[in-house]
Design a protein. Sequence first.
Length: 276
Amino acid sequence: MALARRDGMKAGDRLIEQRLADALDLSRAPIRLGLKALEASGLARGEPHRGFVLAKNPTSGAAQPALAAVRRGEQVYASIAGDVLASRLSADVTEAELMRRYDLSRAELQRLLDRIAAEGWIARLPGYGWRFAETVSSSAAQAQAMAFRVVIEPAAIAQSGYEISHEVITRLRERQQRVLGGEFEKMTIGEIYQSGCEFHEEIIRCAGNPFFVEALKRVNSIRRLFAYRSFADRDGIRRHVREHLRLLDLLEAHHYARAAELMARHLQRPLVEGLC
């Protein structure tokens, strides 16, 4: 829905899977799950020969109850993530256990589990059981993820032949300026997190090496859990976005060595799991 608001979409506009996948840098599988979740909440509907269309203007009063349901799903998602990280949930869980713990209907739980499974940190067991991935239940996983990023992201910028176009810089700068201008106050936790992922994946893509991109996307799919612990510090988010803008200034001036150094420092700041 953040994209719909940002692009000024209105009721009846098509929600094209591939276009959304390209915009969010995701495969079509999680996009399809997201569209089904929007349909279940009343924000989208399927139409013959058109696929999904927006059912309600995202800024209208009529859409607010459905948006509240989406926000409720985000809150439960964040609770599950926090419980996994704090080892309050066992590695193996049942659907009945999760429904009781988070006060969910089976349909609500299934939508959440489908999303989490698409992100790669839970897998279905035979019957009604599910198992959380070992990498996300490990206390060392967050530090390992960040240590890996501190290696690959500055290295991508330092690659011979690294080049970022004026168009990419302009698009990223405009997006960061909107966030800094207060847009983040209206964004869900997931939308803030995705904004950071898009920024860093676009920067690393300009190295022209698909292995950098795929490695970062894989780490991002796992570290999403850690992000939910870092969103209380709004001033910190503003400082973080200003650093994104300084990085773009260095890249635009072709000061790639200095940009790589700034990226390394940036990735080691405490808030990094919240917005990057």
